[in-house]
Write a protein that binds this ligand. Structure first.
Ligand SMILES: *Cc1c(COP(=O)(O)O)cnc(C)c1O
Length: 418
């Protein structure tokens, strides 16, 4: 029997495991249906502990980390909460948390890379990113040697630090322009022969990888929580938490009620908040002056079948608008109480929890999972040598030859003909 199928959420047709969209032309997301409805954890390193519910057969052993969930005491009591669980994604050796790029994007990059290997695609993988995703993919590609083209806006290049000495599998192209210039340039290159697009939210390996946050939290706490808090840009993590909860209900051991999704965005650059609440919360200066611009995505998978709107409706969830001041206050409080640094994006989720407690949207005795999507970067930099990656090529978004210049660099670095 096949381990899983990819099923269209619109027409129900089962597709071959590597499809990214329905052949009937629906734009609905495909969802994996695993043949095993019970989650048996494997005695394997990192994320592979949850291999049974990941769309892969093998694994990349080296360098994979997983979520570490623990019950909060200090921060929980500061908020007056009795059953708060922190799902920590990042580096925190005392807790055995070893996500080496310090955000939950590592949960997407490992299964995505493994699936690509199983598919036997020999093309150069193309990833456009303003930071954390780029770091996660360059980490896994530095381990496997898979050639990777990263297209990153020049202003985000400071996020591309690495713990690897050898990053020769990565061609880093910086673009003079913004994130959208980088995305469109990457999209044009990825559609050419010899390159592969990893698929974003449509790729079930990315979503099921992120879904392991919920798996880890529920296995540790013993049951599905009442509430799940996360900061979102695309909302993919929220969709993934919902999908993982559906599977956990199907398992039968963890309860039968879907956790409510409490998703958080940073105002004044909150497109998902705008769509859900029907209020305009996107200023023309975006993503300028955000608390963390990784939370800005102009085209999130909102209305598509199986997307953010469906996830919120199914879970009676909501979206919060968080100001920079709220995020900064929440970050200081969390770091002081829990004794670990967190990523600014994660602080936006912490602030949403603070708001929810204040408004009475969660009760003191409710079981709550707070996804700390990134943390321990300062901690890691104290412990390990890191260096900034050097761009392999620099282009300007206005240059009509930008694509050509990048492709020539890729060819000479990887010796491929494109
Ligand atoms: C990407 C990212 C998010 C938002 O993730 P979604 O794809 O919107 O679910 C939140 N926090 C951090 C640290 C991230 O890197």
């Amino acid at each position: 029997m096949e381990k899983y199928t990819a099923t269209c959420l619109h027409c129900g047709e089962r597709h071959d495991p590597y499809s990214l969209s329905c052949r009937n032309g629906d734009d609905a997301l495909l969802r994996t249906i695993y043949s095993s409805s019970r989650l048996n954890c494997a005695d394997l390193p990192g994320i592979w502990r949850y291999r049974e519910w990941l769309p892969v057969r093998g694994m990349i052993e080296e360098g994979s980390g997983r979520t570490v969930t623990y019950k909060s005491t200090a921060f929980a009591s500061a908020l007056g909460l009795e059953d708060l669980w922190i799902a920590f994604n990042g580096y925190w050796p005392e807790k055995d948390a070893r996500m080496m790029t310090c955000t939950f994007k590592d949960l997407e990059s490992f299964p995505t890379m493994q699936r690509l290997r199983e598919l036997g695609d020999t093309g150069v993988m193309v990833v456009a990113s303003a930071g954390n995703t780029a770091r996660a993919f360059s980490h896994v590609c530095s381990i496997t040697g898979q050639p990777l083209l990263l297209v990153v806006p020049e202003g985000s290049a400071h996020r591309l630090w690495t713990t690897h000495e050898d990053t020769s599998a990565v061609c880093l192209a910086t673009v003079e322009g913004d994130y959208f210039d980088a995305i469109s340039l990457a999209g044009r290159i990825a559609s050419m022969d010899g390159f592969v697009n990893e698929g974003g939210a449509r790729n079930v390996a990315r979503r099921d990888g992120m879904g392991t946050v919920m798996l880890d939290a529920v296995l540790t706490a013993g049951s599905l929580p009442d509430h799940y808090f996360q900061a979102v840009g695309s909302g993919t993590g929220g969709i993934s938490a919902w999908e993982a909860s559906i599977r956990l209900i199907g398992d039968g051991r963890f309860g039968s009620k879907l956790p409510r999704l409490h998703l958080a965005q940073n105002i004044p650059c909150a497109p998902l908040y705008s769509l859900w609440h029907g209020k305009d919360a996107v200023s023309t200066s975006c993503p300028g002056e955000m608390y963390d611009d990784v939370l800005f995505n102009r085209k999130p998978p909102y209305g598509t079948r199986g997307g953010v709107r469906d996830a919120l409706e199914a879970t009676r969830g909501t979206i919060y608008a968080i100001s920079n001041d709220e995020a900064s206050g929440a970050q200081s409080l969390f770091e002081a109480e829990e004794n670990i640094d967190i990523n600014p994006a994660a602080a936006v989720a912490v602030a949403a929890l603070v708001q929810a407690v204040r408004k009475g949207s969660v009760l003191p005795e409710d079981r709550i999972v707070l996804n700390i999507t990134g943390g321990g970067q300062k901690r890691l930099m104290q412990d390990l040598p890191v260096r900034l990656m050097k761009p392999s090529v620099r282009v300007s978004a206005n240059d009509p030859n930008a694509e050509r210049t990048i492709i020539t660099t890729v060819q000479s670095m990887f010796g491929v003909r494109i």
